[in-house]
Design a protein. Structure first.
Length: 168
């Protein structure tokens, strides 16, 4: 993949992934904060809008500088003995690694910033705050990226006139 194609792919892919992770993490945090029921929706929207830019930037750097797709490819082909010709099974295996890297890094940074920096929680509260949202964020990130990332790669290749290699 050409560097320009990778850049466009990362920029496109991270839109939905950053939104999904921001929304889920915000909803969980608002729910745990004891916010009155009538204020949950507005508080979640505000928190999501606040967290989305940070999540998008973090995800951009992950996508550009951490070779998580290569690790996922190695996992899918080596450990799982799959090939790109296996379609969704291959994508699902590759995405286990890619999503884990994205969500782990995003959740650590977002939890620390939101709980400790912005809300003044002591550092001792960080592990519990992180543990309370990591699984839900991972599941949502996995599902969204499993179906969104292939479309974004296709669009990036079209935009950059970079044909996909024949993997069959």
């Amino acid at each position: 993949m050409k560097p320009k194609t990778k850049l466009v792919k990362v920029l496109l892919t991270n839109i939905m992934i950053a939104f999904a992770i921001s929304l889920v993490a915000s909803y969980i945090a608002i729910g745990q904060a004891g916010v009155p029921a009538e204020a949950v929706a507005p508080a979640t929207v505000f928190s999501t809008l606040k967290n989305f830019p940070m999540t998008y930037v973090i995800s951009f750097f992950i996508g550009m500088f951490i070779p998580c797709e290569q690790w996922g490819f190695g996992f899918a082909t080596g450990t799982c003995h799959l090939s790109p010709a296996d379609g969704l099974k291959f994508g699902a295996a590759l995405n286990l690694v890619v999503n884990t890297v994205y969500v782990a890094i995003n959740s650590v940074i977002l939890t620390y910033v939101n709980a400790c920096v912005l809300n003044g929680a002591p550092l001792a509260a960080f592990p519990a705050a992180w543990a309370s949202s990591i699984i839900q964020c991972w599941i949502v990130g996995y599902v969204v990226s499993l179906f969104w990332a292939p479309a974004c790669e296709k669009w990036a290749r079209q935009i950059c006139n970079d044909p996909a290699p024949d993997m069959h």
